[in-house]
Design a binder for this molecule. Structure first.
Ligand code: NAP
Length: 244
């Protein structure tokens, strides 16, 4: 999607690989100043080799205080994409305390810690803004072996609605994108098995998984003024999975 973000500073979390990496490169080509946040330095180094204009922040989002300090150091931010995520996939009865803590720390709590810093500064500067939280079709629909992940994405959707409610009066919009399977490292974790993939594909009316670009086109739309009356919404990028 060819929308210019000239003059905008955009923070993308989880930009070391997968959806976030591609998004950071796209937004930089669209003339934004991009700040890419992730936890593995080698991945961020690889990103800046591809595009030296992208600034990087290396921090583990599980550390609330370090994360808030790191985000404060790159203010002001005009547009934010909370994309970082993890998936611990196993039967519900085998899920551990560590699985629950890791998943909720990264998928849910980091949205709170990062957004608080960004939003307080937007309100102080009296500027409008747009935040996109990367959720999943798994927030709407139970998937086998995804109990903790599904619960975390359900929390992301409701957190997003509440943020939209409270931040709307400040002209700060907050939405989610909710993709189906995308064959990133995370996607491969759950869906490399041909039989599992076949079963999932049979439930997607368009008959295929999403491409990274299709997820990022939706994010770009929600970041941009083309969606200026949309807030608190969950934008499906799932080939009709949730309609079936
Ligand atoms: P991915 O390829 O595994 O990339 C995840 C990114 O998140 C990586 O850059 C990773 O950092 C970062 N991250 C994870 N834990 C972190 C932490 N503690 N601190 C800082 N950064 C951390 O995953 P993806 O498929 O692109 O997923 C992106 C988002 O899309 C996630 O929210 C995911 O839930 C959602 N989603 C994915 C799918 C799918 O099928 N792939 C479907 C629906 C929704 P490092 O590079 O440092 O490892």
């Amino acid at each position: 999607m060819n929308i210019s973000f000239e003059g905008k500073r955009i923070l993308v979390t989880g930009a070391g690989q997968g959806i976030g990496k591609d998004l950071a490169l796209h937004l930089s080509r669209a003339k934004a100043t991009v700040i890419a946040l992730s936890k593995t330095k080698e991945n961020l180094d690889a990103l800046t080799k591809l595009d030296p204009t992208i600034q990087t922040v290396c921090v583990n989002l599980r550390d609330w205080n370090m994360t808030q300090k790191a985000v404060e150091s790159v203010l002001p931010i005009d547009l934010l994409v909370n994309n970082a995520g993890v998936a611990c996939l196993k039967p519900f009865v085998n899920a551990t305390l560590e699985d629950c803590d890791l998943t909720f720390d990264v998928n849910v709590k980091s949205i709170v810690s990062v957004s608080q810093v960004v939003v307080k500064d937007m309100i102080r500067r009296k500027v409008s803004g747009s935040i996109v939280n990367v959720s999943s079709q798994a927030s709407h629909c139970a998937l086998k072996d995804h109990a903790i992940y599904c619960a975390s994405k359900g929390a992301v959707d409701m957190l997003t609605k509440t943020m939209a409610l409270e931040l709307g009066p400040h002209n700060i919009r907050v939405n989610t994108v909710n993709p189906t399977v995308v064959m990133t490292e995370m996607g491969k974790l759950g869906w490399s098995d041909a039989n599992k993939a076949k079963e999932m594909l049979s439930k997607i009316p368009l008959g295929r998984f999403a491409e990274i670009k299709e997820v990022n086109d939706a994010i770009v739309f929600l970041l941009s003024d083309y969606s200026s009356m949309t807030t608190g919404a969950a934008f499906p990028v799932e080939g009709g999975f949730l309609a079936a």
